[in-house]
Design a protein around this ligand. Structure first.
Ligand code: ZN
Ligand code: ZN
Length: 259
């Protein structure tokens, strides 16, 4: 029997978020809530399971805004601060659920987490600190409860990072290029979430035109652009100019699918 899975975009902004501190540009001062972008993250809800991809600096605010009452697991795409800086706040779920939270990360990302959150992994644990169960993430399908997750290897400039496919939904943030050999994993997608940082080229993120080229290659039914910075332009104006089946993501966007 098919069950519904819900993906909620918790944040769709680049590393600084939008508005940018002290910026008076038209996007940063826009009254349209879709122009306010917390740091990039996705909430995944299926049956009783609740997962997030990345815990950025806005994780606490995102959990409060979305009224998330339970968290089973965190999947990390990579170790950059805008994707890991909120990990300390999983404590709230530790206290509430009286259990450690499962965290999935590649070896390099695990090393970074152990460095940046040395106290979490210390033998002599200070009372009240977060409690996590670290799981090895490899570039092969794995299971979290009833969900099968297919990692996708993508390149963030020279840094190999991971995207994820669940059912016919895929999430590729912070991507500059998608290797040819990974394309078959993205066949038959209904929804693709993909980075389009801005219109100007950038060394480690796809620009709008590069993202649209990937859409041509991957051919999902619907694409949402994420990890935008404030130079991209106003949501209402830019969204209306995109090709059919491509839209700009916004914080709070919900995507429902049958799994
Ligand atoms: Zn990022
Ligand atoms: Zn601005």
């Amino acid at each position: 029997m098919a069950d519904q899975i819900k993906f909620t975009l918790l944040g769709t902004g680049t590393s600084q978020g939008v508005p940018v501190i002290a910026c008076d540009c038209k996007v940063c001062t826009s009254a349209d809530p879709r122009d306010n972008r917390l740091r990039t993250s996705v909430l995944i809800e299926y049956r009783q399971q609740v997962l997030v991809i990345d815990t950025g600096p806005d994780f606490r605010q995102q959990m409060l805004r979305q009224k998330v009452k339970k968290l089973d697991a965190v999947l990390f795409t990579h170790e950059h601060k805008d994707h890991v800086a909120g990990l300390d706040d999983v404590r709230a779920f530790n206290f509430r659920q009286k259990e450690a939270i499962d965290v999935y990360a590649e070896p390099r990302v695990q090393d970074a987490l152990r460095r940046e959150y040395a106290y979490i992994f210390a033998d002599d644990r200070y009372p009240g600190i977060p409690s996590v169960n670290m799981h090895l993430l490899e570039n092969k399908p794995f299971q979290i409860g009833a969900l099968t997750i297919q990692p996708i290897r993508v390149m963030h400039y020279k840094l190999p990072i991971l995207g994820f496919r669940i059912g016919n939904f895929a999430y590729l943030t912070d991507v500059k290029s998608v290797p040819e050999e990974e394309l078959s994993k993205l066949a038959g997608l209904e929804v693709l979430i993909v980075t389009a940082l801005r219109k100007e080229p950038h060394i480690s993120h796809m620009s709008l035109s590069e993202a649209l080229e990937q859409v041509e290659r991957i051919r999902p039914i619907q694409t949402y652009l994420t990890h935008l910075n404030h130079t991209f332009g106003l949501h209402a104006i830019e969204d209306a100019q995109l090709p059919k089946g491509v839209n700009i993501a916004y914080d709070g966007l919900e995507i429902l699918q049958q799994l």
